[in-house]
Design a protein around this ligand. Sequence first.
Ligand SMILES: Nc1nc2c(ncn2[C@@H]2O[C@H](COP(=O)(O)OP(=O)(O)OP(=O)(O)O)[C@@H](O)[C@H]2O)c(=O)[nH]1
Length: 332
Amino acid sequence: MANKRIHVYVLSGFLGSGKTTLLTKAIDYFTEAGRKPAVIMNEIGEVNLDGQLIANEVPMSELLGGCICCSSRGDLATALNELVTTEQPDLIFVESTGIANPMEIIDEITDASLILPIELSALITVVDAPQLLELNRTSRGKTYRLMRDQIRCANLLLLNKTDLLQGVALQEVHDLVREWNPYADLHYTVFSQIDIQLIEDIHTEDSAGSPVQGQPEEASVPHSHEHHQGHDHHHSHNHVMAYTHFFERAVDSNAFEQFVSQLPQEVYRAKGILSFSDTSSRFLFQYAYREMDFVKITPKGDVPDVAVFIGENFAKDVIRAELLKLEAESAT
Ligand SMILES: Nc1nc2c(ncn2[C@@H]2O[C@H](COP(=O)(O)OP(=O)(O)OP(=O)(O)O)[C@@H](O)[C@H]2O)c(=O)[nH]1
């Protein structure tokens, strides 16, 4: 392998598991160390809200409105090419959508590495521990299988949100993750807090640490089976949909909170940037696995008030109607 290859790190993990939380920490770490990180962000929604959390000086490429693992092949390679040629970063993070099948992304990056001076260095999967536990105990459906694929491909695993789990439950989810991937480096985390040096250390290990070469035979079988038999992996998240709502006017914060707390179960992720009629600052709003969070924010650039709702087969019309009602109420 030629010298001076740019390390590429893929961040995988289901919607709302803590990927962006990790990414911001990693960017701070590498920037402080005098390195130049760049980011490729993929969002299902039409706006890049996570990008708001990344410092302006970090070169960023956005792939919006779809999932890289499904969208036309080549988008990711094009983004990599542009970043490499125009920015010459030291390392690149690719944050995939929470519904991406990482094998597709691995394929595309490794293809691109044949012609670009890049090297896929690690696939890091952030696991929403309480969500995985619940799915394991209840419905082992499509989301569960997708999480399993994301875990199997990883060579660094963060068992995240461990602040929300008790001892026995934590052990149960740990055992499950270990059963699916006995090889990856595994860490219990809260707010994706790890020693970022661990990320760098991965590519200095031998090739057994590589997500491409080093996986157990069993781990690669489900993907290759699906891949060669009609792209079933695409179907695995065809059921996921997003609704993006652009607000015409500020809504009441309490009414909005009430609305979010009553979202149907099928909506499992939401985020947005909002102005409220009863507050002076704007807020970044997050909703993941039934937990809500609002953080004051001064958005970069000219960002409208917007919220994205992601879930399975939910009634977009109902969400839209309820939000329009909130807007109408705040106008009176
Ligand atoms: N309680 C708790 N909340 C967490 C933890 N880690 C992240 N969160 C919260 O979970 C929400 C989603 O975190 P993100 O980092 O945006 O998740 P993500 O994987 O980037 O989400 P998508 O990009 O939508 O897939 C945010 O409100 C975080 O503050 C954790 O360890 N514990």
